[in-house]
Design a protein around this ligand. Structure first.
Ligand SMILES: [Zn+2]
Length: 335
């Protein structure tokens, strides 16, 4: 790498790290490297995207247990080879390399260091709270440890400029450092086959049903995960268009069979698994059975999905089999 230092950073080693680029850290997913993997059957190369970090902020929890959130990276376990169509476990695929983030775009990183608040300390604190979404205690910690690194990140959509301008307007003394890393021409070139490799395609319901039909698991836990993922994939179309809802009994016979086997594999003694048992009964239109399962005494003092359980019972009572969701924020307020 060639590092082009546009401006030397001043200030000592920061005590507080606060990351953000587009949004505060609590709301962001950080993309990870793209791996190049080989199909275990035919050796065809595929690109596999990863996330360095993610989160469930703003998420929703579906009645079948699927969790969706804008910044949540759902890492797949299985894949179907684009070339030979074989199904394989991603953990069993050999990784032959990792695509660098360069040379497709130079990496631009930045940091803002607050050196002094100046005379108008209250205004500077207000700027920090507004830009960094920190509370008063955290803001005071910044102020008590000057000079301090208050923000840094990567990318150009938010490069700290707005924060820096508002700090200066409020009378603070601060520095804004930007570093751009470019690829050295002497570095080993990326094999063209890596760049041309297709992305691992997302698994569809029929792919999962093939995996179930092939018993593509090595233990009881992975069988439950694959059968649950199969149920989720079958329900996915109804997340987009709830009006088209079809109960499990009206679906592909293999999808129905998978749900019945999954029901038997799930434990009534684990709250989340027991709720999924109730959901599978409800999605078949077996409302009495769903109520009996969901109303059974919990082996734990508190339900981990209290809101979901209450809604599931209410829907079973009015003989409604359709998929539904609850906000994860509401759910978490109960736990
Ligand atoms: Zn293959």
């Amino acid at each position: 790498m060639v590092r082009l230092q546009l401006k030397q950073n001043v200030g000592r080693t920061p005590r507080f790290h606060y990351f953000f680029d587009d949004e505060p850290r609590c709301r962001r997913m950080t993309p990870g490297p793209t791996s190049i993997i080989e199909c275990p059957s035919c050796g065809a190369l595929h690109q596999l995207a990863t996330a360095a970090s993610d989160n469930t902020f703003g998420g929703i929890l579906w009645s079948d247990g699927k969790l969706e959130a804008p910044m949540l990276f759902n890492c797949p376990e299985l894949a179907r080879c684009v070339s030979c169509r074989a199904l394989f476990w991603l953990k069993s695929a050999k990784t032959v390399g990792v695509l660098p983030t360069l040379p497709f775009a130079p990496e631009r990183s930045w940091r803002v260091t607050l050196c002094d608040t100046g005379a108008n300390r209250v205004n500077v604190m207000a700027v920090l709270r507004r830009h960094l979404a920190v509370d008063m205690t955290q803001t005071k910690q910044f102020i008590a440890n000057l000079p301090v690194l208050v923000a840094f990140g990567a990318g150009t959509s938010n490069d700290g400029t707005a924060l820096m301008q508002d700090l200066l307007t409020a009378g603070a003394v601060a520095t804004h450092d930007v570093t751009i890393e470019a690829q050295s021409p002497t570095e080993t070139p990326i094999p063209p086959a890596w760049i041309a490799a297709p992305l691992v395609p997302p698994m569809q319901e029929l792919d999962f049903l093939d995996a179930v039909d092939s018993c593509l698991w090595s233990d009881a836990q992975s069988e439950v995960r694959i059968r649950t993922a199969t149920l989720h994939a079958g329900n996915d179309p109804f997340r987009q268009t709830p009006a088209d809802w079809q109960p499990l009994t009206d679906r592909h016979s293999l999808a129905m069979a998978n749900a019945l086997v999954l029901f038997d594999l799930l434990s009534p003694n684990i709250v989340t698994e027991n709720l999924l048992r109730a959901e599978i009964a409800r999605e078949q239109g077996l409302f009495g059975e769903a109520l009996r399962i969901a109303s059974a005494p919990s082996p734990q003092e508190r339900l981990s999905h209290e809101r979901l359980a209450a809604e599931l019972v209410a829907r079973a009572e009015r003989r409604d089999s359709a998929l539904f969701s609850v906000d994860l924020a509401d759910e978490q307020s109960f736990t």
